[in-house]
Design a protein around this ligand. Structure first.
Ligand code: NOJ
Length: 536
């Protein structure tokens, strides 16, 4: 086992856990999570079997987009602590044998970043070309039809210098001009700053946005647009995203990482599979893990999902390592998408597929999206498009640790309201309950980390129909595992087509099944999933 694992690096064998720092643990009683809070909870993560933590942004920021608008790339926002707190956190993480992945947001800065303040100060400022400035059309309109992801035009008029600047997100998040070599060097230096400190990797925000069409052509209209969709979807972002030259930038970032030991880069990229694959780079010298978001958007249908897995596996470049995600701070939680029962099946899927899993904080206790009353909405995406139910607040609520007044998250009023059921659904209540979601997650992670077949073995599809999917994971020289997942609420029956399989159920979404053997036709109750250690 040791030998095989040694050929794999930590970011291939570890389970990644995303922390949204505002909502994880408050240590100083201001209602907002912070770095000392994260330190307090590292033992929980270690207990859960997590070895790699990704922290959403912790840098100085006016918080127009909750930290994704950065005003200083090499500092820590006082809300979260200080650089000393950060050093302590990194130390505490490393001393537990864990890794730390930081969020890097290179596509845009805050409009309060000194670079932008300089850039907007005059047309001949040396930093003018660090951002994307354009003249208006003769009639005064913006230079093209590009839209902001958060609603409205992507162009903002600057009265003082009489030009528009481009922002793919909020007007408070001007896009950097990545065609400018000075910008490139400045951001690569940011990476070096954190790498020199010992940070193990980056999750790179909106990697596919970083370069825009050099001619700034209009984006084509999406004929399938419907009014419930985000306004951004009125156009296909053909010219504003995913330009060929972005791969040169990714390659440069990779070169920086490769000057250090075993550092890695995840790319946040929402693209169809074929385009996503390009981000692994020529000869695998791009992102180590271009995030694979398929499970976030596919309908919860066994046949569809099994098909998507096959396609993804087939499309991977020879050296490309797969990865899977069920949720993040921009998406509805898995429990709210597929229901509490199916969320158990989803957990089993995430942790038995081939490739690095990323767990979103709180999913391990089955946290659900929390309804946020209209007047309490904080997310700009929600505020800007109030009629479309697009606020991301519901999946960003404070972690539910115990049944004390504010769920053990804070002693003050939390920045975002807690789930109403936190007194029942929390880490403490679930920790020793053999039937809880937390116990299921912990046992799934443990089995994955113990069994080379689950950690690094091949993926072999066995069966899928409109209710159930089954596959085998097997590493050479090790017992294989059959995973059968019922993605429906009704009983299902599977007869593997290559003949009967023999084995013992070692883990099930409902532990009663464990220890049993499988029949020629495997039958499962609704919402059940099993992991079978194969004996032949
Ligand atoms: C992607 C991040 O995940 C999201 O939270 C943010 O709003 C946008 N990028 C803009 O940075």
């Amino acid at each position: 086992m040791e030998e095989q694992q040694q050929q794999h690096l930590w970011w291939q064998t570890d389970v990644i856990y995303q922390i949204y720092p505002r909502s994880y643990q408050d240590s100083n009683g201001d209602g907002i999570g912070d770095l000392q809070g994260v330190i307090q909870r590292l033992d929980h993560l270690k207990w859960l079997g997590i070895n790699a933590v990704w922290l959403s942004p912790i840098y100085p920021s006016p918080m127009a987009d909750f930290g994704y608008d950065i005003a200083d790339y090499t500092g820590i926002h006082p809300l979260f602590g200080s650089l000393d707190d950060f050093d302590q956190l990194l130390n505490e993480i490393h001393s537990r044998g864990m890794k730390l992945i930081l969020d890097l947001v290179p596509n845009h800065t805050s409009d309060q970043h000194p670079w932008f303040l300089e850039s907007r100060s005059s047309r001949d400022n040396p930093k003018r070309d660090w951002y994307i400035w354009k003249d208006p059309l003769p009639d005064g309109l913006p230079p093209n039809n590009w839209l902001s992801v958060f609603g409205g035009s992507g162009w903002e008029w600057d009265d003082q210098t009489q030009q528009y600047y481009y922002h793919a997100f909020l007007r408070e998040q001007p896009d950097l001009n990545w065609r400018n070599p000075e910008v490139q060097q400045a951001m690569l230096d940011v990476m070096r700053f954190w790498l020199d400190k010992g940070v193990d990797g980056f999750r790179v925000d909106v990697m596919w946005h970083m370069i825009k069409d050099s001619q700034f052509r209009d984006n084509p209209v999406n004929p399938d647009y419907q009014s419930h969709m985000a306004t951004y979807e009125q156009l296909y972002p053909v010219y504003s995203t995913d330009q060929a030259e972005v791969h040169d930038i990714v390659r440069q970032m990779r070169d920086v990482l490769d000057q250090y030991d075993e550092r890695m880069m995840i790319g946040e990229i929402y693209l169809p599979i074929q385009k996503l694959m390009m981000y692994y780079g020529i000869d695998g010298k791009g992102a180590h893990l271009p995030f694979n978001f398929q499970l976030l958007s596919l309908s919860w249908d066994a046949q569809l999902i099994a098909g998507a897995i096959d396609q993804y596996e087939a499309a991977l470049p020879p050296t490309g390592w797969p990865n899977w995600v069920l949720g993040n701070h921009d998406q509805p939680r898995i429990t709210s998408r597929v229901g509490v029962q199916q969320a158990r099946v989803a957990a089993m899927l995430l942790l038995t597929l081939r490739g690095t899993p990323t767990i979103y904080y709180g999913d391990e206790i089955g946290m659900r999206d929390v309804p946020i009353p209209f007047e309490e909405v904080q997310d700009p995406q929600g505020l800007n498009m109030p009629d479309k139910n697009l606020s991301r607040d519901p999946s960003r609520t404070p972690m539910q640790w115990d049944n004390s007044e504010h769920a053990g998250f804070t002693t003050a009023k939390p920045w975002l309201r807690l789930a109403r059921n936190f007194a029942r659904e929390n880490v403490l209540a679930q920790k020793n309950d053999p039937f809880s979601m937390l116990t299921l997650y912990r046992r799934l992670i443990e089995l994955r980390q113990q069994e080379p077949s689950l950690m690094i073995g091949n993926y072999v599809p066995v069966h899928s129909d409109n209710q159930v999917m089954a596959f085998i994971r097997q590493a050479e020289g090790h017992p294989g595992f059959l995973i059968v997942l019922n993605l429906s609420h009704r009983p299902c029956y599977v007869k593997p087509k290559h003949g009967p399989l023999k084995g013992t159920i070692v883990l099930a979404t409902y532990p009663e099944l464990e220890g049993g053997t499988i029949e020629e036709t495997i039958s499962l109750a609704g919402d059940e999933g099993i992991i079978v250690r194969l004996s032949s």
